[in-house]
Design a protein around this ligand. Structure first.
Ligand code: MSP
Length: 673
């Protein structure tokens, strides 16, 4: 029996899961499910990445310990995958002991092999990407995310990256190692430009795995995180069962990732493995980004769509189908509720769902719920053979495209068969044949319904890894039992048995009307903040959103007493995250007299903020200026643009707003409290 090992990236616990994360997980889940149907001993791994400065800071901002914070968010990811029926075989957390010990083992092995030495690092670092930015100067932005880098000067352990340049380039000669081609070229160019030794420890904070024998240092979070792919399956364990699992599953068949982490997976990871004398993964496959309103869906942009909203309204299959059908794998793709509902209605409700219900209902009505078979050769026509031929071609093409990760084309092919059968049904009018009692009509009707049902069975089998729930239900309605037992390698035309007794026929994809879009939008707006979409123009810089009068009376005994009426407690105030930011970009918002669009660096990230100060400040006078921003205000939309925070100003009766500022110099990112 062949084996198949596939992984998702492990997700950072600084943000709640959104559909960008779900996208990778769904794609891997789909591949894992198909491999199981193909008979491979499949292992599918996902999990969470919980160490490093980014998580430490996020926990601090949330007033929690890093471990508490990681526990909460990791549990949210896990619960979401469970709710979605994701079929992962394990869930690794980098704070688990099984991981930390084995990472130290890997570090030790590479050190013993002579590829780690001690030195001093001075340079720029991006906390958001946990990336050392070679060649950058203080104040320079991160080339990946555009946030301002921080200067790091500390004693570190270094990895002898330079020793692996040629070996890495040899690896990329294999066109399957990094996919797609654009990413492979990017990686080759990066490695050809020369590799500098890489700092693989940090010593100025402590949220990480201690370096063996030198616990003042913690292991660089990417070294720690990448190692999950081997620690989860037993690398570095002394337990015989774990060692066996590692032997069986490593090397991974596919590491699936988003395009922004290609360098870590295609350059750093193979170099670490080579240094440890371990085998390399067979393929690293990068997909593009899900965009929402034309920018990458991410927590810091505040434009994320929660997966739960879609699950509540349309279900997991709808999201799975949409993402894999609509987005060309490897390229960026846009997400919108309109497109989701349109695709759901056209391909699932009116497409597969309708084919299933009309075919099975007619078998119930005309053949008492048993799959019929033509009784004599005269009942066959060329149209029947054409459907059979299309089905055979679909099985072949679907497999090839799917195994090349061309999910959208594979699904397009399968739905080509749905369209062909729909047309066939319309042209052959089984309902008209069903009204006649003569033997020829009965026989012809049997052929038409058998052909439709057999094509339905084939599409259902092919689509199962993508829409597991609905296809399992169609399978049972067809009387075929448990779809998981299907051996897809043997799938071929004509296997549907005469006399198969149908189960109870029920619609699998009820049509969604316009209210589905509205409901999903409303659910998201509620999450993003009150009346987010109603704000059409400038909000005064001191908007009521931060007004103390909003404190809930009665929630705190002290605050509710008459003497304290209208006052807030220190805990209430602490909820407002006020920070020093620096304006990087300022420009007018088209067609608005009051609004400016600002990009503000707040130390950990650069935020887009819309401020109603255009009448008081010319944009060019603001660039470089330090301002105070409310950093944890729910995002809101104005003039179609997302505002992620609010700058603070004195609001003068009848006069212009005046921005809050400082007499002394204060660092960007400092908190006001
Ligand atoms: N923790 C690192 C990965 C370590 S792997 C050893 C990390 N985590 S992350 O939480 O930022 O998640 C990254 C992955 O989530 C991306 O590589 C991608 O697979 C997925 N996505 C997150 N946002 C996304 C979009 N907007 N669109 C598509 N996928 C996205 O990086």
């Amino acid at each position: 029996m062949s084996k198949f090992y596939i992984t998702t990236p492990i997700y950072y616990v600084n943000a709640r899961p959104h559909i960008g994360h779900a996208y990778t997980t769904i794609a891997c889940d789909t591949v894992a499910r198909r491999q199981r149907l193909l008979g491979a001993d499949t292992f599918f791994l996902t999990g969470t990445d919980e160490h490093g400065q980014k998580i430490e800071r996020a926990a601090q901002a949330a007033g929690k310990t890093p471990q508490q914070y990681a526990d909460e968010i990791s549990a949210q990811f896990r619960a979401l995958w469970q709710r979605m029926g994701i079929s992962n075989d394990d869930y690794i957390r980098t704070t688990e002991e099984r991981h930390t010990k084995r990472v130290q083992e890997l570090f030790r092995r590479i050190r013993d092999n002579g590829y780690i030495y001690k030195g001093t690092y001075t340079g720029q670092y991006c906390v958001s990407d946990e990336l050392y930015v070679d060649g950058a100067q203080p104040g320079d932005p991160c080339p990946t995310c555009g946030r301002i880098t921080e200067t790091v000067h500390e004693e570190n352990y270094f990895f002898r990256f330079s020793a692996f340049q040629d070996k890495l380039l040899e690896l990329y000669a294999n066109p399957d190692f990094v996919r797609p081609e654009t990413r492979r070229n990017e990686v080759i160019a990066f490695v050809r430009s020369g590799l500098r030794d890489l700092s693989i420890s940090r010593s100025t904070f402590s949220w990480g795995i201690p370096v063996p024998d030198d616990p003042k240092h913690v292991i660089y979070v990417w070294f720690d995180a990448l190692a999950n792919y081997i620690t989860a399956i037993g690398y570095g364990s002394s337990h015989p069962g774990a060692q066996e699992a590692f032997k069986k599953y490593w090397p991974a068949d596919v590491h699936m990732i988003g395009k922004e982490i290609v360098r870590f997976h295609c350059v750093y990871w193979p170099a670490f493995l080579l240094a440890a004398g371990l085998e390399l993964p067979k393929a690293i496959v990068a997909h593009g980004w899900l965009l929402f309103e034309e920018s990458k869906m991410s927590k810091s942009r505040g434009n994320v769509v929660r997966t739960e909203t879609i699950l509540d309204v349309l279900g997991a299959d709808a999201l799975r189908y949409f993402l894999l059908r609509e987005v060309v794998f490897g390229q960026d793709g846009s997400f919108s509720f309109d497109a989701l509902v349109q695709r759901y209605n056209s391909d699932l409700a009116n497409g597969l769902g309708n084919l299933a219900s009309r075919t099975l209902t007619m078998i119930n009505r005309y053949f008492k719920g048993e799959v019929p078979y033509p009784s004599h050769a005269a009942s066959k026509t060329a149209a029947d053979d054409a459907v059979a031929e299309t089905a055979r071609k679909t099985i072949r093409e679907f497999g090839t495209l799917f195994d090349q990760f061309q999910f959208s084309r594979a699904l397009e092919t399968a739905w080509g068969l749905v369209a062909a059968v729909d047309k066939y049904i319309v042209e052959n009018e089984p309902w008209a044949l069903g009204e006649r009692q003569d033997e020829d009509s009965r026989s012809r009707l049997a052929t038409v319904l058998y052909t439709a049902a057999e094509a339905l069975r084939i599409v259902t089998a092919l689509a199962h890894p993508v829409i597991p729930d609905a296809t399992a239900r169609i399978w049972t309605q067809m009387g075929l039992g448990d779809i998981k037992k299907l051996a897809i390698k043997e799938l071929s035309w004509g296997q549907l048995q005469l006399g198969t007794k149908l189960g109870e026929v029920q619609p699998v994809f009820p049509r969604a009307d316009k209210s589905a879009i509205e409901r999903m939008q409303q659910m998201e707006d509620q999450q993003r903040g009150p009346a987010a979409d109603e704000v059409k123009d400038a909000v005064p810089p001191t908007s009521p959103a931060t007004s103390p009068a909003k404190a809930q009376p009665g929630t705190n005994a002290g605050a509710a007493s008459p003497a304290n009426e209208g006052k807030i407690t220190i805990e209430d105030f602490a909820k407002v995250d006020l920070r020093v930011g620096r304006v990087k970009v300022a420009e007018r918002v088209p067609k608005s007299d009051k609004l400016l669009r600002l990009e503000i660096d707040i130390g950990t990230e650069v935020r887009q903020v819309l401020a109603g100060i255009a009448e008081a400040y010319a944009p060019e006078t603001l660039v470089g200026r330090k301002v105070v921003i409310v950093a944890n205000l729910a995002p809101r939309k104005m003039r179609g643009l997302e505002s992620n925070g609010m700058i603070v100003a004195a609001s003068l009766e009848g006069g212009q707003p005046v921005l809050a500022s400082f007499l002394e110099d204060v660092p960007v990112g400092a908190r006001l409290k």
